[in-house]
Design a protein around this ligand. Structure first.
Ligand code: ADP
Ligand code: MG
Length: 254
């Protein structure tokens, strides 16, 4: 049986007295694209941050590619992972944020090559060749020597995607990657993400782009109030939602 790439079982997360995730269960199989939709404050970013080792869960079980996030299991004992081990596991997951946070003093190509050289210890020349190939893949081969300030928001976001891919991740997480972009720049970024999905990448995408969710997602998940209210194929969830809360939300965004 194939191991899920992501398996969340009754994941709980609170910040002080605020319960943000209240039992989130979700399975993403290798090669699948899951889109997460839902109102602001429903816990979507927090969930991605838990998957990416940026937040510790308080209860439940969360694993990526068969390995518990943040812990190592021996028998029935759990040991917290050391920082180095966490960093190693994190390096296998790519994350793209709403704000791209490229290094302003580095060119596009340098941004893409930095982590593979510094974190993975890949030879500079090899990293450079892979970086050029990735910039080509996101449609920016002619921008390799441009600095972020010389690029549009959409181009910067595509560099950010190439930078994440440079680590050869087994899972890509996207947190509203097009929300900060001018409308005319959204399409190019979504096209890159669609290509990535078609290449077989496992992806979790938090997005308000319902067209993208409809066409690219295997599963669409509606989150509200720290729980998954409903999940299904795009045609089930977007066209025939069962839950009133899902219908309300879709009525506002579609
Ligand atoms: P979404 O991405 O769906 O908009 P978030 O996961 O960002 O939702 O946030 C869910 C809730 O958790 C919000 O009420 C937010 O204010 C709160 N929250 C998120 N991160 C923190 C934090 N580090 N400390 C305290 N509260 C937080
Ligand atoms: Mg968010």
């Amino acid at each position: 049986m194939t191991e899920p790439m992501v398996r969340a079982e009754q994941v709980h997360k609170r910040f002080g007295r605020l319960a943000v995730l209240k039992g989130v269960s979700l399975t993403v199989m290798p090669g699948e694209v899951t889109c997460v939709i839902g109102p602001s404050g429903s816990g979507k970013s927090t969930f991605l941050r838990c998957v990416n080792h940026l937040e510790k869960i308080d209860a439940g079980r969360l694993s990526v590619d068969g390995q518990l996030v943040g812990y190592r299991q021996e028998g029935d004992k759990l040991y917290e992972l050391r920082e180095r081990e966490v960093a190693r596991n994190r390096a296998e997951i790519g994350m793209v944020f709403q704000h791209f946070n490229l290094f302003g003093h580095m060119t596009a190509l340098q941004n893409v090559c930095a982590a593979p050289v510094q974190v993975l210890g890949i030879a500079r020349q090899e990293a450079r060749e892979h970086g050029i190939e990735l910039l080509r893949r996101v449609g920016l081969e002619d921008k390799r020597d441009a600095y972020p300030s010389q690029l549009s928001g959409g181009q910067q976001q595509r560099v950010a995607i190439a930078r994440a891919l440079a680590m050869r991740p087994k899972l890509m997480l996207f947190d509203e990657p097009t929300s900060a972009l001018d409308p005319e720049l959204v399409g190019d970024v979504l096209a890159v993400m669609r290509g990535l999905a078609e290449s077989g990448m496992t992806m979790i995408v938090v997005t308000h782009e319902m067209g993208f969710a409809r066409e690219v997602a295997d599963t669409v998940v509606f989150m509200d109030g720290g729980v998954i209210v409903e999940a299904g194929t795009p045609s089930e969830l977007l066209a025939n939602p069962r839950e009133a809360r899902t219908r309300d939300f879709l009525g506002k965004v579609l």
